[in-house]
Design a protein around this ligand. Structure first.
Ligand code: SIN
Length: 279
């Protein structure tokens, strides 16, 4: 197994591993360790079944539970296994067959609106557009460690409040979900496996810092976002079919670039269950 860094601060490609075959304990542990070191792992040219994808997800922890109507059968699939979701802009009878269908998305940590956000996300590409739809990752440790003192100090030990309302924050197409879940977490999260601190607020979901005036909260958050989204900390992934990415939501955030509405994008997604964030 080879580990090849992708960005200067985030991401590594793992070569020499076929994820459709059973892996030894040693290889699974090495992949898990590489994930903690690099935050985002890429495996190219993987021919995976849904069951393979679920098996791979268990390298990183327990599979995240996903609520979905039992009868849900997207076209082209005999059935989706439990806890696999589709991310897709493909429409049947005018309705997207998957979640997060269209275009650009601002930086976010998956499920930050939940009381216990899922710690990891696996995304496997089935169909990709001719250009765009890249997923861009930012290293939250590096951003935290270089945050100017004047921004960091007033936020240290504070919590921020988040909600899920992609409709108001993502392009405003009027189809967003009204806030159905909300939660508060530390502004800077300590990673439960590495013990390192990372930025844990984002432009898509964070509403405000608790215990600060609205104005102070907005000013400091804007500074954090501008710093955390700097090109220095980023890796932009240009998808090819049969790529598998796994990212760590505790110490990285990600965004998506726009892509042509008339071209199909189809991904399978699983998540890894999280633990309550230590301060
Ligand atoms: C996500 O934010 O989970 C989806 C990312 C993507 O579609 O590239």
């Amino acid at each position: 197994m080879e580990i090849i860094p992708l960005g200067r601060h985030i991401g590594a490609e793992i070569r020499g591993v076929d994820l459709s075959r059973p892996l030894t304990r040693e290889v699974r542990d090495a992949i898990h360790a590489a994930w903690l070191d690099h935050l985002v792992l890429l495996f190219r040219d993987q021919e995976l079944t849904q069951q393979n994808l679920l098996d791979v997800t268990t390298i990183f922890g327990r599979i995240g539970q996903l609520a979905r109507p039992k009868a849900f059968r997207p076209p082209g699939f005999d059935g989706l296994l439990d806890n696999i979701m589709l991310i897709s802009n493909i429409r049947e009878n005018g309705e997207p067959i998957g979640a997060l269908p269209d275009g650009e998305m601002m930086f976010h940590h998956d499920m930050l609106h939940a009381a216990i956000p899922h710690k990891g996300t696996c995304l496997y590409s089935v169909e990709v557009p001719s250009h765009g739809g890249d997923t861009v990752f930012a290293n939250g440790y590096a951003a935290y460690e270089t945050l100017p003192e004047a921004v960091r100090a007033p936020l240290e030990g504070k919590r921020a409040f988040h909600h899920y309302n992609y409709g108001s924050t993502q392009k405003g197409d009027g189809k967003g979900t009204a806030a159905f879940a909300q939660s508060s977490h530390p502004v800077f999260r300590t990673h439960d496996e590495t013990g390192r601190k990372a930025i844990y607020v984002n432009r898509l979901m964070t509403e405000r810092v608790e215990g600060l005036s609205g104005e102070e909260s907005a000013r400091l958050l804007a500074e954090v976002y501008d710093h955390a989204e700097k090109a220095d900390w980023l890796y932009a992934h240009v998808w090819r079919p049969r790529d598998l990415l796994i990212w760590d939501n505790r110490c990285s955030m990600h965004a998506r670039t726009d892509f042509p509405a008339g071209e199909r994008r189809l991904m399978l997604r699983t998540t890894v269950e999280g633990e309550a964030a230590p301060v």
